[in-house]
Design a protein around this ligand. Structure first.
Ligand code: ADP
Ligand code: MG
Length: 252
């Protein structure tokens, strides 16, 4: 479970403090799918970066499975990220000098997995790229590179997947296929998914929705379980909602 309590971010901009995320409370239960929406510059990437521990908040607490990550040192954070979070970026962020296969292998080698090679091969198959493992990122299309990035994100079986506009750099047909892959992966593995998207159809499949504007949730457009850490879960966002079919139709 991911819990944010009063999480905010203020940066210095032109010599003045600028608050890019105002104090935010948010709970994402294990296995839930949260869609994060909002115009460019509204704080979506900032939020994901904070939850992934890639950036430190100015205020508040971020608990992942009850542990406050804002109190952790760099090494502990890196370890936690390696174990708990698979991150998929808009611009793929593959290592250009490594093959697809090697890119998937890295996180498992860092984690010291002995089955790394076999798993990398299996993950390549899972994202439909069994025959492309020896290719370098520059030899792959955008959609293929994002498949590799998804396989890499899954390599250590993280309970949480975060994706920041993962189709923002792809054509719409390829984008739909990548989104379908993420939805399928999430359903099969029952992972928590925090997804930044501009796709309203996709957001409609989510258990909850956070719409940001100028670093604040837009009331009325957002549908986030308030204080759902206590009391009854929202009936619409039960864990078994994860098992309902959520197929995306290709665009016409
Ligand atoms: P989004 O992902 O919704 O497009 P971001 O989270 O990337 O938005 O950024 C939110 C706002 O904060 C933007 O106006 C951006 O320019 C600003 N911002 C982000 N990081 C910094 C920083 N380190 N210094 C100054 N401004 C920043
Ligand atoms: Mg962004």
């Amino acid at each position: 479970m991911i819990q944010l309590r009063g999480v905010s971010k203020t940066v210095m901009s032109g010599g003045r403090p600028l608050t890019i995320l105002h104090p935010l409370d948010l709970t994402v239960r294990s296995g839930q799918f949260l869609a994060v929406l909002g115009p460019s510059g509204s704080g979506k990437s900032t939020l994901l970066g904070l939850v992934a521990g890639l950036d430190a908040p100015t205020g508040g607490e971020i608990l992942i499975d009850g542990v406050d990550i804002t109190k952790m040192g760099e090494d502990a954070l890196a370890k936690l990220r390696g174990e708990k979070i698979g991150f998929v970026f808009q611009f793929f962020h593959l290592v250009p000098s490594l093959t697809a296969f090697e890119n998937i292998l890295i996180p498992m080698e860092i984690a010291g997995r002995r089955d790394a090679t076999a798993r990398a091969r299996q993950l390549l198959g899972e994202v439909g790229l069994s025959d492309r493992g020896h290719h370098y990122p520059s030899q792959l299309s955008g959609g293929e590179q994002q498949r590799v990035a998804i396989a890499r994100a899954l390599s250590n079986d993280p309970p949480i997947i975060m994706a920041d506009e993962p189709t923002g750099n792809l054509d719409s047909t390829t984008g739909k296929l990548i989104m379908q892959l993420l939805i399928d992966v999430r359903r099969e593995r029952q992972t928590t998914l925090m997804l930044v998207t501009h796709d309203a159809d996709l957001a409609a499949l989510a258990d909850s929705r956070l719409v940001l504007r100028d670093g604040r949730p837009v009331e009325g457009e957002s549908r986030i379980p308030l204080d759902s850490a206590r009391g009854e879960p929202n009936p619409e966002s039960r864990p078994d909602a994860a098992s309902r079919p959520a197929r995306l139709e290709p665009t016409r």
